[in-house]
Design a protein around this ligand. Structure first.
Ligand code: COA
Length: 213
C-alpha cells in the first residue's frame, strides 16, 4: 500500500484566499459555521499539500478540491481531473489528507479516542466485529468503517451493518456489496495506527484489478 499523508493543525491555517481557487472560495463563503469552515479549509490545505508534493506543484490554487453532491471531494489539477486516489478526514483540531498514485481506491478516517455509550456500540457494530472491547478498539473499528465508506464513496447513505471490518478484513453486504462489486471487487487493505497521540487513524486502500487498470 503506497500513499502519502499530510496532517494539518487547524489552529495554524493560512488565510483562505492564499490557497483556495475562486470556485473553492465561492463555496467556502457559503459555509456558515466557523468549525465547519475551518475543517473544510484544513482538509483542503492538507490535500493540496500532498498533491502538490506528488505532482511537484507549488501554486496550491492550481489544485482544486471541489465537493460533489454526496460530499465526496473532487480533485481537479490545473483544470483537469487527475488519476490520483485521495481522501480527507478531520477530527478535534486536526485535518488529514492522503493521496496515492498507485492505489486506485482510498478512504481515510481520523477519530479522537473517546468513551461511548453501550447503545452506540450496539447501533453501529455487527456482533462479528466486536472481537475486543475498550475505547481504543472501538474507536479504531469506527475509523475502519468510516474509511471503507469513504473508499466506496457513499458517505452517510449506507447502513452501518452493510460495511463491517472483522479483525482488519472488510465485509460488505447489501448496497455496499453491490457498490464494491461495481468497483471491480478490488483487494482491500485496512491499516489502523495512532498517527496522532490520542487518535485512531485508518487508511483503506485498494489496487485496481485488470478491468480498472
Ligand atoms: C463521509 C462520512 C463518513 C464522514 O465522516 P466523518 O467522520 O463525520 O467526517 P470526516 O471528517 O472523517 O470526513 C469528512 C470528509 O469526508 C469526505 N467525504 C464526505 N462524503 C464523502 C463520500 N461520499 N465519499 C468519500 N468521501 C466523502 C469529505 O472530504 C469530508 O470533508 P469535507 O466535507 O471537508 O471535504 C459520513 O458518512 C458520515 O458523516 N458518517 C457519520 C456516521 C455514519 O453513519 N457512518 C456510517 C458508517 S458505515
Amino acid at each position: 500500500m503506497a500513499y502519502q499523508t499530510k496532517i494539518v493543525d487547524l489552529t495554524h491555517l493560512p488565510p483562505a484566499d492564499g490557497i483556495l481557487s475562486s470556485r473553492e472560495q465561492a463555496f467556502y463563503q457559503t459555509l456558515r459555521f466557523p468549525k465547519r469552515r475551518t475543517e473544510w479549509l484544513g482538509g483542503r490545505f492538507a490535500l493540496k499539500q500532498v498533491v502538490g508534493e506528488i505532482c511537484s506543484l507549488t501554486d496550491l490554487k492550481q489544485i482544486e478540491v471541489l465537493a460533489q453532491e454526496s460530499g465526496r471531494p473532487q480533485l481537479i489539477i490545473s483544470g483537469q481531473e487527475g488519476s490520483l486516489s485521495y481522501s480527507i478526514t478531520h477530527s478535534n483540531g486536526f485535518a488529514v489528507a492522503a493521496a496515492s498514485v498507485t492505489e486506485k481506491f482510498l478512504g481515510i478516517d481520523l477519530e479522537k479516542i473517546a468513551h461511548r455509550i453501550e447503545a452506540w456500540k450496539e447501533d453501529f457494530f455487527h456482533p462479528d466485529e466486536l472481537t475486543q472491547d475498550g475505547d481504543e478498539f472501538l474507536t479504531a473499528l469506527w475509523t475502519q468503517k468510516e474509511a471503507l465508506v469513504k473508499l466506496l464513496g457513499t458517505g452517510l447513505s449506507l447502513r452501518s451493518n452493510e460495511v463491517c471490518c472483522i479483525n482488519g478484513a472488510p465485509r460488505f453486504a447489501g448496497r455496499a456489496l453491490k457498490i464494491y462489486e461495481e468497483l471491480g471487487s478490488p483487494a482491500l487493505t485496512v491499516t489502523t495506527s495512532a498517527l496522532i497521540p490520542g487518535f485512531m487513524f485508518t487508511v483503506a486502500a485498494g489496487t485496481a484489478t485488470d478491468a480498472w487498470a
